[in-house]
Design a protein around this ligand. Structure first.
Ligand SMILES: Cc1cc2nc3c(=O)[nH]c(=O)nc-3n(C[C@H](O)[C@H](O)[C@H](O)COP(=O)(O)O)c2cc1C
Length: 176
């Protein structure tokens, strides 16, 4: 797909597919139950105070839990955690998503995934309406920085594959 023009929905998707991102699982907790979803709309917003932005679909079950509880955690997935990304991107009851998964806990008791390349916990500072998403600003209150690993990368609507200990092979370009 080539050319310039108004951002027709499909062209917009194709354009954004050219923007590689990491992949994280965002978790929240309410009434003793964990909830979580896969996200790639996550970015570092400010350093002072340390703040991240996550964009959560209004249709995602986890979104109102984040809003009501006022806290969330994020585990930045490693290349080996593609099955985790796929699991948390499915529409499943939350208990199914977490079934048989080993978990760590943040200081606030939120679910964290062992083996992630980085983990953090946030207090929700602000939630802004954003069309079909909620724009959630989270002030980072705790971080876990394990020894560096190879991140999971999402690009061209697919996952990059591990190609050696510190190398990734990107999905092939689209023919369209
Ligand atoms: C690679 C990838 C990235 C995604 N990024 C987001 C995102 O940034 N925000 C979002 O709301 N959903 C995102 N999704 C979709 C959610 O993971 C999916 O809708 C999930 O089923 C929502 O779960 P829930 O309804 O249990 O909360 C992404 C899915 C994939 C596969």
């Amino acid at each position: 797909m080539t050319g310039v023009g108004p951002p027709e929905a499909l062209a917009f998707r194709h354009l954004m597919a050219r923007w590689p991102t990491g992949v994280a699982v965002v978790t929240a907790r309410e009434a003793g139950r964990d909830h979580g979803l896969t996200v790639n709309a996550l970015l570092s917003l400010t350093l002072a105070p340390p703040t991240i932005l996550v964009s959560l679909s209004v249709d995602a079950d986890t979104t109102p839990i984040v809003e009501r509880s006022g806290r969330f955690a994020a585990s930045f997935l490693s290349a080996a955690q593609r099955p985790i990304s796929e699991r948390f991107a499915r529409t499943l009851p939350s208990a199914e998503k977490f079934r048989d998964l080993a978990l760590d806990r943040s200081p606030g008791g939120l679910a964290l995934l062992p083996g992630a390349v980085g983990r953090l916990e946030c207090r929700v500072r602000e939630v802004r309406p954003g069309g079909d998403h909620r724009i959630v600003l989270g002030e980072v209150e705790w971080i876990d920085l394990p020894p560096d690993g190879t991140p999971l990368v999402f690009h061209r609507s697919g996952y990059a594959a591990e190609d050696g200990p510190d190398r990734l092979r990107l999905p092939p370009p689209r023919s369209a």
